[in-house]
Write a protein that binds this ligand. Structure first.
Ligand code: GLN
Length: 292
């Protein structure tokens, strides 16, 4: 399909749904409840680096669960798939993203729900100091996106840390299940998890990340391998089966592309060998995905 026609199709969809006022802001993290519900932006990045933007595509938002595929990719690179699988499963959960539920081996179902992402955070440079571990994550985003603009929302971080009873409960259950790596500290692990959810970017940056995944991990000038193809494949597989929370089955059936959503109202979707798409609009449906 030709790029101009494709962008025109996106523009039509944008116009058609921009006045939809359905959905609710995530209010279990108080800072997210103060987001502007009218923000709406869509960015598309092609594999050769063309970008189409419509709406609020310069607005920075915290990426929340859209951080999870990146953390999963980082731990696959650091430890290899076999070691990671000793701590995290790869099946859809069929439950809400923050459900207190584990697989038959007492492990999190997959790395894209809260339990699995907390476990994944525990595997990021586990023997380093907490400042180095956060640095490692934000530098990885900057390296892959080739941008120093990637930032951090401290208010969201504090807000989330102060209202995290459920994520603490999940972590204590996993500690009791004995599946954290040796010497993991719940407090340090959760801080790193909240920090990675509080990283901020725009739809332009997130669509570039999606485009790099669509390009098998290669930079969009095709010069550099930014993420190994095998890791891209592993990440896209879990995004395809589990990226949209408890809507993942219907999403795969109806839409059929790997995607990930976050409770701030962002989604990024990967069309392999074609493009990356990112959408931001804060009101959520009752599964936790942006309505728009
Ligand atoms: N930080 C959020 C939480 O732990 C992430 C959830 C999400 O985006 N679905 O609840």
């Amino acid at each position: 399909m030709n790029w101009e026609n494709f962008c025109e199709g996106i523009r039509e969809i944008y116009e058609e749904i921009k006045d939809d006022v359905g959905g609710n802001l995530a209010d279990y993290i108080p800072q997210l409840a103060s987001a502007d519900p009218n923000l709406f932006g869509i960015s598309v990045t092609s594999l050769d680096g063309k970008v189409f933007n419509i709406g609020n595509t310069d607005t920075r938002f915290c990426i929340q669960s859209c951080s999870k595929p990146m953390i999963y990719a980082m731990i696959l690179k650091e430890h290899g798939a076999e070691k990671v699988a000793q701590h995290i499963g790869r099946e859809p959960s069929g439950k809400m993203f923050n459900s207190l539920d584990f697989n038959s081996e007492n492990k999190p179902h997959n790395p894209l729900i809260n339990a699995g992402a907390i476990m994944a955070a525990s595997l990021v440079k586990p023997n380093e100091r907490s400042d180095k571990r956060y640095d490692h994550i934000i530098k990885e985003w900057k390296r892959v996106l080739g941008s120093q603009e990637i930032s951090f929302d401290n208010s969201v971080f504090l807000s989330e840390r102060n209202t995290a009873s459920r994520n603490y409960a999940l972590s204590h259950l996993m500690m009791e299940n004995g599946i954290f790596p040796n010497n993991s500290q719940i407090e340090d692990t959760l801080q790193l998890y909240f920090q990675s959810c509080s990283i901020t970017m725009t739809t332009q940056e997130l669509s570039k990340y999606a485009a790099i995944l669509a390009n098998s991990g290669k930079s969009l000038d095709d010069v550099e391998c930014l993420i190994e193809p095998q890791i891209v494949k592993d990440v896209l597989c879990v995004m395809y089966s589990s990226g949209m929370y408890d809507y993942s089955g219907r999403w795969s059936y109806d839409i059929g592309i790997p995607a990930k959503s976050g409770v701030s109202g962002c989604i990024f979707a990967v069309i392999p060998n074609v493009c990356g798409i990112s959408i931001f609009s804060p009101p959520l449906d009752n599964m936790g995905n942006s309505v728009k």
